[in-house]
Design a protein around this ligand. Structure first.
Ligand SMILES: Cc1cc2nc3c(=O)[nH]c(=O)nc-3n(C[C@H](O)[C@H](O)[C@H](O)COP(=O)(O)OP(=O)(O)OC[C@H]3O[C@@H](n4cnc5c(N)ncnc54)[C@H](O)[C@@H]3O)c2cc1C
Length: 464
């Protein structure tokens, strides 16, 4: 970006809407894991959709790359610029109003920069549930959630965010504003463009607002914590509990022994935890105003067919939080390890046991001392299959990553899974996307990108 272009662009903005300060830029050019560090000369914090439109219009005319950025909690390097230094950042945090809450249609229209947790808390006052929750909810933004088609802790009940979006407003790369903010569930009027923007990781448009379906807020929640000797018992438990409790289950999380070890090493000790191989957290929500919900869950448990005598059923909200905190602190604990190779995959439940067994064996053969930290939203087939490398062979980090990724992703293919379940492609998984997506699909994706963004100014170097 030339100096005079920078001046021309910043002249269009209020001083509170941009920064060229190196400290500010540094903070926004590094991703959550600290793995991707880019460069940029300008970050903007526009206060209106019109300003975003003006910025994009200018950037398209001058062929300047633009990186849309939400809470910067993405885990694949999609929200930060590349090392080239010729992209600017549009950070959405100043576009943070709730435009409308529809108490008859049960929906909310929010601007993209709203923080997920802020929206969830506001809606609780209306006895409404925003159908998305995850460990990053205190920082991630609705626009980022939509751009990554976020999943999270409650997909088993509500689906990913895609399933709950009624309409989207976005600024396209040439500055034109696309608006489908209709508050209707049925709209069969040809191709539904909003579904292209959902999960597009900032490569097709800058999402500025969305209308999202809401649900009744459960009266209370009960969290169950249990452990098992092996993975097949976990799957048996999953099947059993699903048949018994069906719609009352709002989360089903799995953690293996190694994830608990890393957690206890870096974050928190768990009182009364039995040592076992596999752990599960199940959240039940009381939608039907059932009295004594904790007793109700306990009485309906099928103890006869349960392969465990280790079971905690929460009795208060603070106990719920304590158990959840345990599960949600695993990524923070992992971050403190020196060398972790992350994989956010999904595998059909019927193949998951076999996948874990085969992949773990192959990785341990390749790297002696490696540990597999397995945890995730098992109820949605989602597994974070993260490899902790202990002893470095005489190989570079890059080549170890390449070999481990090959073992994992080859098996993902064999067992019919997906190389990214919820974090997306960004910069991290470009190579694997190329290897694993069918050529026809990839070419159609490229065609769509060209239609939206012929000059490739939006989030260049991401996905493709
Ligand atoms: C501790 C932790 C736990 C997590 N748990 C989960 C989980 O359970 N489920 C899950 O799905 N993810 C999870 N994530 C990943 C991450 O939080 C999600 O991907 C989240 O949706 C990203 O939102 P964000 O606002 O931080 O987006 P960013 O990180 O800022 O951006 C992510 C991508 O979206 C694009 N983008 C951002 N805003 C916009 C916009 N307004 N318009 C267009 N493009 C945009 C960016 O360019 C980038 O490509 C977790 C992350 C952390 C750190």
């Amino acid at each position: 970006m030339k100096k005079e272009e920078l001046t021309e662009l910043t002249n269009k903005l209020h001083p509170s809407e941009y920064s060229t300060e190196s400290d500010v830029l540094k903070k926004h050019c590094i991703d959550w894991r600290g793995e991707f560090i880019g460069k940029s000369k300008l970050i903007t914090f526009p206060r209106s959709v019109k300003k975003i439109s003006e910025i994009l219009n200018f950037c398209q005319k001058k062929s300047i790359g633009v990186v849309p950025q939400g809470g910067n909690t993405g885990l694949v390097g999609g929200s930060v610029p590349t090392k080239k230094g010729n992209e600017i950042i549009i950070n959405l945090s100043n576009l943070n109003k709730i435009r409308n809450i529809d108490l008859i249609g049960n929906s909310v229209t929010v601007e993209a920069g709203c923080i997920l947790d802020v929206i969830k808390t506001k809606l609780e006052k209306y006895d409404l549930e925003f159908p998305l929750s995850m460990g990053s909810r205190g920082n991630c933004q609705i626009g980022g959630n939509i751009a990554t088609n976020a999943g999270g802790l409650n997909v088993i009940k509500y689906g990913t965010i895609r399933q709950n979006i009624l309409g989207i407003e976005a600024v396209l790369p040439d500055g034109r504003i696309y608006n489908s903010l209709k508050n209707v569930k049925k709209n069969n009027t040809g191709f539904d463009l909003k579904h292209l923007l959902i999960g597009s990781e900032g490569t097709l448009g800058v999402i500025t607002a969305a209308t999202i379906q809401l649900f009744p807020l459960p009266k209370e929640k009960v969290v169950l914590w249990t452990s098992f000797k092996d993975f097949s018992q976990v799957l048996g438990f999953y099947k059993n509990i699903n048949n018994r409790f069906k719609d009352l289950i709002t989360s089903f999380e799995f953690m293996n022994k190694e994830s608990i070890e890393v957690l206890e090493k870096h974050e928190c000790k768990f009182i009364n935890l039995k040592k076992n191989q596999c752990y599960c957290l199940v959240e039940f929500s009381n939608f039907q105003k059932i009295n004594d919900f904790n007793d109700f869950i306990f009485s309906k448990m099928d103890f006869k067919n349960l392969d465990t005598d280790d079971l905690i059923l929460s009795k208060s909200e603070s106990e719920n939080k304590r158990l959840w905190n345990y599960r949600e602190s695993i990524p923070l604990a992992e971050k403190k390890e020196n060398f972790i190779i992350p994989h956010d995959i999904s595998i059909p439940l019927s193949n998951i046991s076999e996948f874990v067994k085969k992949t773990t064996t192959s990785i341990k053969e390749f790297s002696i001392g490696a540990k597999i930290i397995n945890f995730g939203h098992l109820g949605d087939n989602n597994l974070h299959f993260n490899v902790l490398i202990k002893k470095q062979k005489k190989l570079s980090r890059k080549s170890i990553c390449r070999s481990v990724n090959k073992i994992v992703f080859d098996n993902v293919k064999i067992y019919g899974g997906a190389i990214s379940a919820e974090h997306g492609i960004g910069q991290l998984r470009k190579l694997e996307l190329k290897r694993n997506k069918k050529v026809l699909e990839l070419n159609k994706m490229r065609d769509i990108k060209k239609i939206f963004d012929p000059q490739n100014i939006l989030n260049p170097g991401k996905i493709f």
